[in-house]
Design a protein around this ligand. Structure first.
Ligand code: CA
Ligand code: CA
Ligand code: CA
Length: 200
């Protein structure tokens, strides 16, 4: 998936245009204004967060019921044939700074308007649960867990961070433009400002 080519070799993009709301990169799923990646790898909360950042995204912040329903339905579908009740996914929620004051870590927004905790959660079990996970045992509702536990995780990326190039049949990718889908290249916007695009 990742093609590693120095930026100076970027060329032959027949034309570029800014597009939003089109497709998500390969492997990512669109819902409303975000793309989501459901990561099939189990990591601590901090490592999961770092993985998302490496892909110019953050752990998912579930800010509305609509977003919650989308993520929940996706997870139920993904694990429909998985008999284990212990499956869990990290989100960006945390109360590590101040106990019981839950925030979305990246935006630092308090979790006030919408929440969907599992029954009897958050319980801060053993006085050591400060990271939010979605737990299969309660239909992928919210549960606080020990941040060192290793779980799957969900990365979320907003459209505004991405720019899409439409080009010809020859593409050379900057080292951060990791995805392509058909003739679309997906590059983090900040990269584009640092690159001179030799247009045909
Ligand atoms: Ca969100
Ligand atoms: Ca806690
Ligand atoms: Ca808990």
């Amino acid at each position: 998936m990742a093609l590693v080519v120095p930026i100076c070799f970027l060329l032959v993009l027949l034309h570029t245009s800014k597009v939003s709301g089109v497709a998500c990169p390969n492997g990512w799923t669109r819902h409303d204004t975000s793309c989501y990646f459901f990561v099939d790898m189990q990591e601590s909360w901090e490592d999961a967060s770092a993985h998302c950042e490496a892909f110019d995204s953050q752990l998912a912040a579930i800010e509305t019921e609509r977003e919650d329903v989308f993520i929940r339905n996706t997870l139920i579908h993904l694990h429909a044939h998985d008999s284990s009740p212990s499956v869990k996914y990290w989100t960006d929620g945390t109360d590590v700074a101040t106990e019981t004051e839950w925030i979305w870590a990246y935006s630092e927004k308090p979790i006030l308007d919408y929440s969907h905790w599992c029954p009897n959660q958050p319980d801060n079990f053993n006085s050591d649960e400060d990271c939010m996970r979605l737990a299969k045992f309660c239909g992928f509702g919210w549960d606080d867990g020990n941040c060192e536990s290793k779980h799957y995780f969900i990365c979320e990326r907003y459209d505004k961070d991405m720019i899409i190039f439409e080009g010809g049949d020859q593409h050379f990718f900057g080292h951060r433009c990791m995805y392509h889908q058909g003739l679309h290249l997906f590059c983090p916007k900040h990269l584009v400002n640092t690159v001179v695009w030799p247009l045909a």
